[in-house]
Design a protein around this ligand. Structure first.
Ligand code: SDX
Length: 428
């Protein structure tokens, strides 16, 4: 038996709306006919009550702190799989068997090089450019170099573009870093793993061989898995909206990168570490907690709170454990980690944070690990973008393949001036 319809009464007229159920999670009310039936729109800035699409990729239960990719819990994926496996899973819906994973990994590694002319592009940026600024520019520019994979109506071209984006992001990101420190670009080495190759391109120099540290490689791979996808977050919604007009995939991912950069979203990892450094010592934490609670102070605890999670972000748990392991195994003693742990404890026991259900999110601990590995803070969001490219591409593909796909075009509640006649400038 189908669900009972939702009935809405407006100015004495009732209309019914289909209630749709997913495989799990809240039902949704299909209001596509609302405007036609009533002449009214819904009002939901920030989309707090709006499902923008149907998706089979990622499921989040924010109250329980659950995150599943294609049904698989994030902690199992982070502990037991690899980033390449998760990439395949997100793109194709199933975990690959061994030969399929090998073929996929080989395909991705064959696309790691960048068109040589793109290297000259970097030189147009100032040396002190933020690497996210470089990412926005260079990823957008890919559409000028790979014309043979910009036809979004051709499934083969879509697949090639997806592989190219996933494969080239580490190269682009490492080159952004190299450019900022004035070192020569390092070409990819396809004998290394996806993550090992990225580390070598970032930290290697032509003057000596680079040996990938397996501890760092493992931690980095986990970090990539933890950032790979997260349902309809702001940057993914941006990619979908950009893609809904038929824009090419490289342009869409560049749009996602721009959205991710903001401190309320992916930029929070950089902001969180800067905040921890500013706090500096455990005794100064109460001062910052007080500021975070003060409505008149714009300061917020970065890496804390989430639109969907009203419980511990399951990724933050894995991240905290990984931070512990990395710091211990690399022998790094960073007082910032003590500040982070103490700040977390104080906040989790403070009535303000308890009542608002504010918990650490994915960005709270990632900076501690990335800093221990040797990345400057400005690279943190770049690493998020690198990993999230997989999710963006999977979601973009899902959208383009959806027969109900339409250009995204919200409406508004207009509160500006009504009709008035133009007055010549000398008469104003
Ligand atoms: C990511 O959406 C995703 O899935 C994103 C992401 C992904 O993988 O794609 O998970 C990645 O973006 C993680 C979030 C990173 N951002 C931060 O860490 C920045 C700090 N946090 C926030 O500014 C905030 O919590 C957001 C942006 C994450 C969520 O914003 P919402 O859902 O719009 O919630 P809100 O700002 O309206 O907060 C509700 C209340 C407010 O108080 P009241 O007005 O109700 O009194 O909680 C307060 C806020 O002031 N609050 C905080 C706080 N976060 C929320 N107070 C102090 N410190 C904080 N961090």
């Amino acid at each position: 038996m189908g669900k009972e319809a939702a009935r809405l009464e407006l100015a004495g007229n009732a209309s019914d709306y289909k209630v749709m159920s997913g495989t799990v999670g809240p039902d949704v009310i299909d209001i596509r006919k609302l405007y036609g039936n009533t002449g009214a729109f819904t009002f939901d800035p920030g989309f707090t009550s709006t499902a923008s699409c149907e998706s089979k990729i990622t499921y989040i239960d924010g109250d329980e702190g659950v995150l599943l990719h294609r049904g698989y819990p994030i902690d199992q994926l982070a502990e037991q799989s690899s980033f390449m496996e998760v990439a395949y899973l997100l793109l194709n819906g199933e975990l690959p068997n061994k030969p399929t994973l090998e073929t996929f990994t080989r395909t991705i590694s064959r696309h790691t090089m960048l068109h040589e002319q793109l290297a000259t592009f970097y030189r147009g940026f100032r040396r002190d450019a933020h690497p996210m600024a470089i990412m926005c520019g260079v990823v957008g520019a890919l559409s000028a170099f790979y014309h043979d994979s910009t036809d979004i109506n051709d499934p083969h071209q879509r697949m090639v573009a997806s592989h190219r984006l996933i494969a080239k992001m580490p190269t682009i990101a490492a080159m952004a870093y190299k450019y900022s420190v004035g070192q020569p670009f390092i070409y990819p080495d396809n004998n290394l793993s996806y993550t090992g190759n990225f580390l070598r391109m970032t930290f290697g120099v032509p003057a000596e061989p680079y040996v990938v540290d397996p501890v760092v490689e493992d931690a980095m791979d986990k970090i990539f898995i933890l950032h790979a996808d997260h349902e309809q977050n702001a940057s993914t919604s941006t990619v979908r909206l950009a893609g809904s007009s038929g824009a090419n995939p490289f342009a869409c991912i560049a749009a996602g990168i721009a959205c991710l950069w903001g401190p309320a979203h992916g930029g929070a990892n950089e902001a969180a570490l800067n905040m921890l450094r500013e706090i500096g010592t455990v005794d100064r934490i109460p001062e910052y907690i007080a500021r975070a609670k003060d409505k008149n102070d714009p300061f917020r605890l970065m890496g804390f709170g989430h639109r969907v999670y009203k419980n511990y972000d399951p990724r933050a748990k894995v991240m905290q454990k990984t931070a512990n392991e990395v710091l211990e195994r690399l022998g790094v003693k960073d007082p910032i980690f003590d500040v982070a742990r103490e700040l977390e404890q104080i906040a989790l026991n403070d009535p303000y944070f308890v009542e608002k259900k504010l918990y650490p999110n994915v960005d709270f601990y990632s900076g501690v690990i990335l800093s221990a590995i040797g990345f400057p803070t400005t690279m943190f969001t770049v690493l998020f973008a690198l990993a999230r490219t997989v999710g963006w591409v999977a979601q973009w593909n899902e959208m383009i393949s959806d027969p109900e796909q339409k250009i995204g075009r919200p409406r508004q509640l207009y509160t500006g001036a009504t009709h008035r006649d133009y007055v010549a400038v000398e008469k104003r």
